[in-house]
Design a binder for this molecule. Structure first.
Ligand code: ADP
Length: 441
């Protein structure tokens, strides 16, 4: 509107000027005044319009110039208009680019999250999906866009949850691919019934939770058995008049049960200490021979001459780490060999350096051996191949678990080879960094 009035004024001026010029010419050359005046006015307006048309065509040429062409000049109103329009356009383009950049960064931040995000419209169609969510749910980002999510994730628990989500609650479903577990949570957003689906991989958490439950159940079970036996004996002593001999027998049995509980609690505490403390220092050196002597004495006491025992500790070495832990690990292996090998069998302990400099302390027995399917699980807490033999001989089911922990804490490992009917070899491997030649005293 600002430019409208001046333009009308200019057009009228052009008409007036043309008319005045026509009239002047008519009087000069004695021509008919009215027609010539009208022609002059028309010519004035015509020239003004022609000038506008010429500027319009220049403007059109300027608008179709390549990006960054010379600025428009001397086009009067049209040029001014074009420059303003272009400036507004550029400003809007800049805003759009900034918005796009912000959106990209926002999406990148969501993509960086370890949890997956899926956006659903009111009809549960996927409108956006992060790569983590796609990976967890087995989706293909481009292909599955605008698909209904229940056509792709069909776990009944999820379908039910989608139909009736409880606020703040999640649903755990098996991962569509692989053997993991996913936790899913729905949140409403927007005004049109859109929903946000958060996907979290809870495989490790669920496994740990299951392990914790199993552990508590196992410990309770292990303690309940001797406790039941003990309370039975207490009851017997209370209610029945026992002879001196019977009383002594019952007391021996009771002390066996308390011993069993004490051993179990001792092993549990050892495990807890091993799991909760930092790795033993490398520069606490102990002679292997001294560790060996303690192990040997314990094994001979346990076997009480029923087995052929042989000990070869090899070259004079010192081991770096926690001496008590290493002695307890070795004693566990040797005692197991003695406990599971029938009388008359052989138990052989041999320490030697391998090509890579590691120390292999192998405990070989001629006992019953262990079937291959048990081997991977032997170091699990409370895993037993033969439960009755384990309990008869005072086993807690925690021994090999302790050995594995000690080995790992010293940067080594426990290897198990066994053939049913032939015997077993348990090898404690210690890395060269934990070994040095013994200093002569
Ligand atoms: P436990 O206290 O029951 O001996 P361990 O953790 O020391 O527990 O051993 C786990 C299981 O491995 C034992 O219950 C036993 O069945 C088996 N096992 C361990 N050592 C031997 C061995 N030398 N010969 C045969 N079986 C063994």
């Amino acid at each position: 509107m600002v430019w409208f009035a001046p333009r009308v004024l200019l057009t009228m001026l052009a008409a007036l000027f043309g008319g005045w010029l026509g009239e002047w010419l008519a009087t000069q050359w004695a021509l008919p005044t009215i027609p010539v005046t009208l022609m002059g006015a028309t010519l004035g307006v015509g020239l003004f319009v022609a000038r506008d048309a010429w500027r319009g065509s220049r403007l059109s040429a300027w608008l179709s110039r390549p990006e960054g062409g010379a600025p428009v000049s001397s086009l009067g109103l049209w040029g001014d208009l074009a420059v303003r329009a272009e400036r507004a356009l550029r400003a809007r383009e800049r805003d759009t680019a900034q918005e796009r950049e912000r959106l990209t960064q926002f999406l990148q931040a969501i993509e960086a999250s370890p949890n997956g995000v899926v956006l659903l419209d009111a009809g549960d169609h996927i409108t956006w999906c992060s790569r983590v969510a796609a990976d967890h749910l087995g989706l293909q980002v481009e292909r599955d866009l605008l698909q209904r999510i229940t056509n792709l994730v069909r776990a009944p628990a999820f379908v039910q949850y989608l139909a009736d989500p409880r606020p703040e609650q999640t649903v755990v479903i098996p991962a569509p691919q692989g053997n993991g577990q996913l936790s899913l949570m729905l949140r409403r957003y927007g005004t049109e019934g859109q929903r946000l689906l958060l996907v979290q991989d809870v495989t490790v958490r669920e496994r740990q939770e299951a392990m914790r439950r199993d552990f508590v159940a196992n410990v309770s079970h292990e303690i309940r058995t001797p406790l039941t036996v003990l309370s039975g004996f207490v009851e017997t002593m209370h209610t029945l008049p026992l002879t001196e001999v019977e009383r002594d027998r019952v007391l021996v049995l009771m002390s066996q049960q308390t011993q069993r509980m004490q051993t179990l609690v001792g092993d549990l505490l050892t495990l807890a200490r091993l799991e909760g403390s930092p790795r033993p220092a490398v520069d606490d050196w102990a002679p292997l021979a001294r560790v060996g002597q303690a192990v040997e004495a314990e094994a001979r006491g346990l076997s009480a001459g029923a087995h052929h025992l042989s000990f070869e500790w090899g070259e004079a070495l010192e081991v770096g780490g926690a001496e008590a832990e290493l002695a307890s690990a070795l004693a566990n292996l040797v005692n197991n060999a003695v406990r599971y090998t029938p009388a008359g069998g052989t138990v052989r302990i041999k320490a030697q350096r391998a090509h890579d400099g590691a120390l292999h302390i192998a405990v070989t027995d001629t006992g019953p051996g262990i079937a291959a399917e048990h081997l991977p699980r032997l170091t699990e807490r409370f895993y037993r191949v033969d439960s009755s033999r384990s309990r008869e001989t005072g086993g807690t089911g925690l021994g090999l678990s302790i050995v594995k922990h000690v080995a790992q804490r010293h940067g080594g490992e426990l290897r198990i080879d066994s053939l049913p009917g032939r015997g077993s070899t348990f090898t404690l491997v210690l890395p060269p960094t934990r070994l040095r030649a013994a200093t002569p005293r």
